[in-house]
Design a protein around this ligand. Structure first.
Ligand code: FES
Ligand code: FES
Length: 161
């Protein structure tokens, strides 16, 4: 066992973990932050995307010990300070960017990284950036629309799907 210490959504946490504890297991089982979903065992679906030191990471593809000393952000830390949905979450709701919601935490976390890097992405740039996030329900159209809206672009001319 190894002791790991990290900041998760602004709070310092310290736990003993085994060397092969995945970050998904650490967040879900140790910290009970179950918004980070596990949708595959091949690092393909993106439902587990979190931020580690400001960078999007698939939490299933790293060990908790690798995050020792890091600043970690999960979907639970994305809402505004007053508990209201942040601009990306609100846009997903407004533009029906989710159906079952399983992929949504990963989509929101990936979208946050995209908008940090590229505040006004084109539709093509959004689709390209979401390459590592799979959605089985929406057909992606409304997710892309929601992210464009979250970036402040006028999406009134884009039909819903
Ligand atoms: S659970 Fe991490 S990519 Fe699918
Ligand atoms: S909303 Fe169901 S998997 Fe994306």
């Amino acid at each position: 066992m190894t002791k790991v210490t990290m900041t998760v959504n602004g709070k310092s946490v310290s736990k003993e973990v085994s060397g092969n504890t995945l970050m998904t297991e650490f967040l879900r089982d140790e910290l009970h932050l179950t918004g980070t979903h596990v949708g595959c065992d091949t690092s393909q679906c993106g439902a587990c995307v979190i931020h580690v030191d400001g960078v999007s990471v698939k939490a299933c593809s790293m060990f908790a010990a690798e995050a020792d000393g890091a600043e970690v952000g999960t979907i639970e830390g994305q809402a505004n300070a007053d508990g209201s949905l942040n601009v990306i979450q609100q846009a997903f709701q407004d533009h029906h960017g989710l159906q079952c919601g399983f992929c949504t935490p990963g989509m929101v976390m990936t979208a946050a990284s995209l908008l940090k890097e590229n505040p006004r992405p084109t539709e093509h740039e959004i689709r390209d950036y979401l390459e590592g996030n799979i959605c089985r329900c929406t057909g992606y159209h409304n997710i892309v629309k929601a992210i464009m809206a979250a970036s402040g672009q006028d999406v009134s001319g884009i039909a819903a799907e």
